[in-house]
Design a protein around this ligand. Structure first.
Ligand code: SAH
Length: 392
């Protein structure tokens, strides 16, 4: 039987000193009943890998099983290994680096989980001037970066006039670099103007594809608007990134299945997922963080569902676990976005507590992440790293 063969030959080879996800065979459940369930789940994982999809019921069954700590270990190792193989087949062992520049922490929105929400009177607000952004790009360029990601809150002073001028200046100064924007919801006309000015990519996590769940965390916002933005961006010709947080309070597996289904249908070029981490000045201050294991499971599932997607191992994952990004990379992630923001504003772009790398110079981040990637058995790739199908 095929799945048995795979189990004995491959599944449990993927382990080393600091990689605790691949536990040995003894974790296979021993009672007849649980062994049957185990084989059923392994068959689902194989099917997910072969078809790049599973029906919603299958996804739910898999996610529920993975939540069961004890029994889940062997399935998790197999899922991770298949995702790793898929990533190797599509992208090889390279990990793309993108330089992240956090251009403003002013925000008119009130997302319940976010430390820079408008409702946080204690956020120490800043916005970068055009010359500061250009200087960060220059620093990044000299360190080898060929993608700049400009991220920020929804800052009302970021008019189309200001942003298109900024994008055009970056485009002129660094013609061969990709410009990624992550500045929240804007009108189609605005997205078009920014694209025409030279932006290539746009990151806008959908945050949740489940209507009620979305509402709960985004007062005054509508899921349909968010989806419309993503469709507009795709339609205009951007490489588009969607995604969500793992472990927001009340997020059960049925909610996550909706996210997976939405992503499979949208088929974005990039998917950002990371664990929720509480921020002390938000209504979620007392809530628990999301799970590192679950975030990594979802990265692996998404690598199998959307094999060509560009999948970052996020800073939030690295903030929650000392080698969180490495775990993500081993489960199919192939992008890391080290920080290029000027040192004096790093701490102020404070989305959640305990964010890593707020005190490191851009050059240090660059070296540190390269070492981590290489120690994990992968290689850094400083090319633009476009999606394989973009403009083809
Ligand atoms: N204003 C932009 C950028 C938001 S910040 C936009 O709306 O797209 C980038 C991402 O950080 C968000 O999409 C959100 O998913 C994530 N984030 C915000 N608060 C967080 C928290 N407390 N823990 C983990 N991730 C968080």
């Amino acid at each position: 039987m095929k799945s048995v063969k795979v189990l004995t030959k491959k599944s449990f080879e993927f382990e080393d000193q600091d990689f605790k996800r691949g536990e040995p065979k003894s974790m296979i459940p021993s009672t007849e009943e649980s062994a049957k369930t185990f084989m059923e789940i392994i068959t689902l994982v194989e099917k997910l890998s072969e078809d790049s999809d599973l029906d919603d019921q299958g996804l739910l069954r898999l996610l529920d099983y993975l939540d069961d700590g004890q029994n889940a270990t062997a399935v998790r190792a197999h899922l991770t290994e298949l995702a790793h193989q898929r990533r190797m087949a599509v992208y090889g062992n390279r990990v793309f680096l993108r330089g992240l520049i956090e251009i403003s922490n002013y925000c008119k929105r009130n997302c319940v989980y976010c430390g820079i929400r408008a409702g946080n009177p204690n956020a120490d607000r800043y916005r970068l001037r055009t010359d500061q952004v250009l200087e960060s790009c220059r620093t990044g360029y000299d360190l080898g970066y060929r993608t700049f990601v400009l991220q920020g809150g929804e800052d009302p002073t970021h008019t189309d006039v200001f942003l298109t001028s900024l994008v055009r200046q970056i485009r002129d100064a660094f013609p061969e670099c990709a410009i990624t924007l992550s500045l929240g919801e804007r009108s189609r006309e605005s997205y078009q103007a920014l694209y025409d000015a030279g932006a290539d990519r746009y990151l806008l996590r959908h945050e949740s594809a489940e209507e009620h769940f979305y509402q709960r965390f985004h007062p005054g916002m509508r899921l349909e608007d968010r989806k419309k933005c993503l469709e507009d961006l795709k339609d205009i010709g951007y490489q588009v990134g969607a995604g969500f947080m793992v472990g927001l309070p009340g997020q059960d597996n049925t909610v996550l299945v909706e996210d997976l289904r939405y992503l499979k249908t949208l088929d974005p070029h990039m998917i950002g997922i990371g664990p929720f981490i509480p921020h002390h000045e938000t209504p979620l201050a007392e809530q628990a963080s999301g799970s590192v294991d679950k975030t990594v499971d979802l990265l692996a599932i998404l690598r199998l569902m959307i094999p060509k997607v560009l999948l970052p191992a996020t800073t939030a994952l690295g903030s929650l676990h000392a080698t969180g990004r490495e775990l993500g990379i081993r489960a199919g992630a192939n992008v890391v976005m080290p920080n290029l923001s000027p040192l004096e504003v790093r701490e102020k772009y404070d989305l959640y507590d305990g964010k890593i790398c707020t005190g490191d110079e851009a050059a240090e981040c660059r070296q540190c992440i390269q070492k981590r990637i290489e120690n994990t058995g992968f290689a850094v790739d400083m090319a633009r790293g476009d999606h394989p199908d973009w403009r083809n």
